[in-house]
Design a protein around this ligand. Structure first.
Ligand SMILES: NC(=O)c1ccc[n+]([C@@H]2O[C@H](COP(=O)([O-])OP(=O)(O)OC[C@H]3O[C@@H](n4cnc5c(N)ncnc54)[C@H](OP(=O)(O)O)[C@@H]3O)[C@@H](O)[C@H]2O)c1
Length: 215
């Protein structure tokens, strides 16, 4: 683990809080950026709140945990992303009833963020992990180890995010360059469909099985 990374979250909804708390418990220094920090109680023991611009200045990684459609304009209004920061895009594009939505040009939201912020190194990750699978501590038995699929164009940024995933008890699976975020966003749509139409709810997740038997 890269000890004590200084991480910002843009968004402190159910997902951002669950992921951020796991990272904090793993030893990282997590700050949440929200619209009105003065109006909110600290979300969990000692966690710091700031505005969105403050979260974007955190040096080691910035997580985007905002509704997918508004994320680019919210980040731009807060000052944008600079300095080659690792921008971890956790968003999904959904309609208000959680049904799948998309961009007119067929790109992923991660690619849209990378186009909007050339000063960022965007990595798509965690978008296929439900908040309900992120209890504050990982399952000690290891039986509940969700995979998180990771895409990005910058190898070092991808490795940083994979390391953070391992720190919090997830299994990072590399899925190539950032164009692969289209598939990760489609996986999240499938995941929500399974939760809702398949009746399994949000306490489930994807694992990745490997046959390690000699062939
Ligand atoms: N929930 C899950 O299990 C899950 C799993 C994987 C990925 N995701 C993705 O993660 C992202 C966050 O999801 P979520 O479940 O935490 O809830 P959400 O409702 O999508 O996001 C909540 C956060 O977004 C902020 N926000 C909303 N509109 C805003 C705006 N116009 N300007 C600034 N901030 C705004 C809220 O700010 P305030 O606090 O100020 O209201 C809150 O902090 C989404 O893209 C979602 O698809 C969610």
């Amino acid at each position: 683990m890269e000890m004590g990374m200084q991480i910002g979250f843009c968004g402190a909804g159910p997902f951002g809080l669950a992921l951020g708390e796991r990272l904090a418990r793993a030893g990282h220094d997590v700050v949440f950026g929200v619209r009105n920090p003065a109006d909110r109680e600290p979300p969990f023991g000692g966690a710091a709140l700031t505005n969105l611009a403050g979260a974007l200045k955190r040096p080691d990684a910035v997580f985007v945990a905002l509704p997918g459609f508004v994320a680019p304009e919210v980040l731009a209004a807060a000052g944008g992303v600079t300095g080659g920061r690792v921008l971890v895009d956790c968003t999904n594009l959904l309609n208000s009833d959680w049904s799948p939505a998309g961009l007119p040009d067929g790109r992923s939201n991660a690619e849209r963020l990378q186009s909007a912020f050339s000063g960022a190194r965007v990595v798509k990750a965690f978008n296929t992990v439900f908040a309900d699978m992120l209890a504050p501590e990982p399952d000690p038995s290891g039986a509940l180890t969700p995979a998180t699929f990771i895409c990005g164009d910058d190898g070092s940024a991808v490795e940083t995010v994979a390391s953070l995933a391992r720190d919090i008890g997830l299994n990072p699976i590399f899925a190539g360059d950032l164009a692969g975020a289209r598939h990760l966003e489609a996986m999240a749509h499938l995941h929500i469909r399974i939760a809702m139409a398949g009746g399994l709810g949000t306490k489930g997740g994807f694992a990745y099985l490997q046959n390690l038997q000699p062939s």
